[in-house]
Design a protein around this ligand. Structure first.
Ligand SMILES: [Zn+2]
Ligand SMILES: [Zn+2]
Length: 167
């Protein structure tokens, strides 16, 4: 039994996930804004062993990350153009899906424990950040591996109204 299914607009590409995501990243970076055409990407992340394409063969666009210089691979439908999932040179064991491609995105529960907002410094000024969830100006750890203290709000706030620390 799979936990959830999803697919592209035209239905040629279909996928299955076997379990809930290990984490959910809401990313406001420019890559995610361009890739989704939205304000940020809701990205449930799965172990590659818990994800399977069940119909069709995705086309792949390989993007070189400006930050890390490493490959981010965008898997999409070459008929309807829907982007289905990402894979990463930095994290070969992980698959990050475009959350809106799930047949039922509400099958996934976003909680304080499993989810975070990142790259608020690149976010759109009118995006709201919910309370009681870890939020970060950029990455969760600095390039030397030092963890960054999260910003945790008491009430929803616009990105324009946040006091962001150094990225
Ligand atoms: Zn399609
Ligand atoms: Zn991003």
């Amino acid at each position: 039994m799979s936990f959830a299914q999803g697919g592209c607009l035209c239905g040629k590409l279909r996928y299955d996930v076997a379990c809930p995501p290990s984490k959910i990243t809401m990313c406001h970076c420019k890559f995610c804004q361009k890739a989704t055409g939205g304000a940020y990407m809701i990205q449930p992340v799965f172990n590659v062993d818990d994800f399977a394409v069940t119909a069709g063969v995705p086309k792949v666009y390989t993007h070189i990350s400006e930050g890390s210089g490493q490959e981010v691979r965008v898997h999409f439908c070459d008929t309807c153009g829907t982007k289905i999932f990402l894979t990463f040179q930095r994290f070969e064991g992980a698959v990050g899906i475009f959350g809106g491609t799930l047949d039922d995105p509400n099958a996934i529960n976003i909680t304080t424990d499993n989810a975070k907002h990142i790259f608020l410094s690149d976010g759109q000024k009118d995006s709201f950040i919910p309370p009681h969830i870890n939020a970060f100006a950029a990455h969760v750890v600095q390039s030397d591996g030092t963890p960054v203290a999260p910003l945790v709000l008491d009430q929803p706030e616009r990105i324009a109204d946040l006091k962001l620390g150094p990225t």
